[in-house]
Design a protein around this ligand. Structure first.
Ligand code: FAD
Ligand code: NAG
Ligand code: NAG
Ligand code: NAG
Length: 367
């Protein structure tokens, strides 16, 4: 059977997960082309590297989103199982979620979901849930995804695409040796913030939301915590990774493109996180006196900064039919970007949905 040529643009968590899902389905020869990859020098252009990253408890009313998150959680819960295929990418832990505005009407059905008793609420929170989940270590997990993609027969090419027509007409060969290769039957766009400027997509609704996190080494911290805030641009969280590093977050500033850490933001994050979780300070200090943020500063491993790929109107997942062949035929282009603050949490079920749309487009063929 002849395989169908698929080119995916983008190698963040969205592109890698989508490419794996299509490649592992069988019948497709998937190639990812991307400017940045998991092991490149650190760059703000690659948001996936900078995520926290947790799977939290969704409390909103959007049933479709809830389903996508739940289906993805099931996949990653299996991956993170002791002895499981990707155990080392995750730290399974208890998460304590504190909410300033009460429980809300809904909650995801997380393992061990329990309401936190009033006496255990922190920082003036009105209510809270504790539940079991996992903290993802993005640099390790992204490498797992990349190696799984290659092991399943996928191809990778480094390159910056200026306009989709370059790939549609010439295939990825142009970036390999400057010569055209077999033209793809379909194109899948998973390029995050890049969708704002990629020719042929140029989505004006795409914008950044800047995050800054502080990573400390504090292996004595066991549980994860989150605290919502009525203040705009602020969210407090503590995510212990498997290697003993603990991610302290965060800010959420729309339209802010500043690509490196701001020292005053670092101070604010340390203050908020220590107030929520005094257990961050070394146990020997806590045994003697109340800790201050100066007790945390020597533990800092890295201060990070990432631009969440937002989109007015939310995630864009749709098929567009594109001209561009000399013979006038058209090909389907699947758009799959705009994941903003949660690219990991819906990743596997979103990829499955994209595969479904791709199969339908190719079998109905409006080309
Ligand atoms: C501080 C912070 C904390 C976060 N915490 C969480 C969390 O706890 N849980 C969660 O689910 N999410 C979290 N996120 C959000 C998550 O990181 C993003 O939603 C996700 O990484 C988006 O992935 P992506 O693949 O769309 O984009 P990216 O990772 O940015 O990847 C884009 C890819 O497209 C490529 N590309 C772009 N343009 C072109 C072009 N023209 N030619 C070739 N290649 C191109 C890039 O090189 C790259 O490979 C967090 C984000 C931040 C910043
Ligand atoms: C799959 O695509 C790659 C290029 O990305 C190409 O080198 C290879 O020949 C293709 N394989 C098949 C079976 O078409
Ligand atoms: C989870 O994270 C904590 C803090 O970093 C660490 O001490 C613990 O060993 C981790 N758990 C596992 C199973 O790796
Ligand atoms: C048009 O060209 C493309 C790629 O060159 C090819 O795959 C397709 O089959 C052609 N369509 C027709 C109707 O000839």
């Amino acid at each position: 059977m002849k395989t169908k040529e698929v080119v995916v643009i983008g190698a963040g968590v969205v592109g890698l997960t989508t490419a794996i899902t299509i490649q592992e389905k069988g019948g497709y020869n998937v190639t990812i082309i991307a400017e940045t990859w998991p092991n490149d020098a650190k760059t703000v252009k690659y948001t996936s590297f900078w995520a926290g990253a947790a799977h939290g408890c969704y409390r909103g009313p959007d049933e479709k989103l809830r389903k996508v998150r739940e289906d993805t959680f099931k996949v990653m819960w299996e991956l993170s199982a002791p002895g499981g295929p990707a155990e080392g990418c995750f730290n399974r832990t208890t998460v304590h979620g504190f909410y300033y505005d009460g429980l809300g009407q809904y909650a995801d059905n997380m393992p061990n979901l329990k309401q936190i008793p009033e006496s255990e609420l922190r920082m003036g929170a009105k209510a809270g849930y504790s539940f079991r989940s996992y903290i993802i270590d993005p640099p390790i997990y992204l490498n797992y995804l990349l190696s799984r993609f290659i092991a399943s027969g996928g191809h990778i090419v480094r390159g910056t695409v200026q306009h989709i027509s370059q790939v549609i007409e010439g295939g990825v060969g142009i970036w390999v040796n400057g010569k055209p290769s077999v033209a793809p039957e379909t194109l899948v766009i998973c390029n995050g913030l890049g969708a704002k400027t990629l020719g042929g997509v140029e989505d004006a609704e795409v914008y950044p939301n800047r995050g800054q996190n502080v990573i400390i080494h504090a292996p004595w911290v066991g549980d994860a915590m989150m605290l919502t805030s009525p203040e705009p641009n602020v969210d407090t969280y503590i995510f212990p990774r498997r290697n003993g590093d603990v991610v302290l977050g965060t800010v959420r500033v729309p339209y802010d493109w500043y690509p490196v850490a701001r020292p005053e933001t670092t101070t604010q994050i340390l203050e908020r996180c220590l107030a929520l979780c005094p257990e961050l300070a070394p146990p020997e200090i806590r045994a003697q006196r109340a800790p201050t943020i100066d007790d945390l500063r020597p533990l800092i491993v890295e201060v990070t900064c990432g631009l969440r790929p937002m989109r007015v109107g939310g995630i864009r997942m749709e098929v567009n039919w594109i001209d561009g062949r000399e013979n006038g035929s058209r090909i389907p282009m699947l758009l799959n970007y705009g994941y903003g603050p949660s690219g990991y949490e819906p990743s596997w079920a979103s990829a499955q949905a994209v595969l479904g749309m791709l199969e339908e487009a190719l079998s109905n063929g409006r080309g």
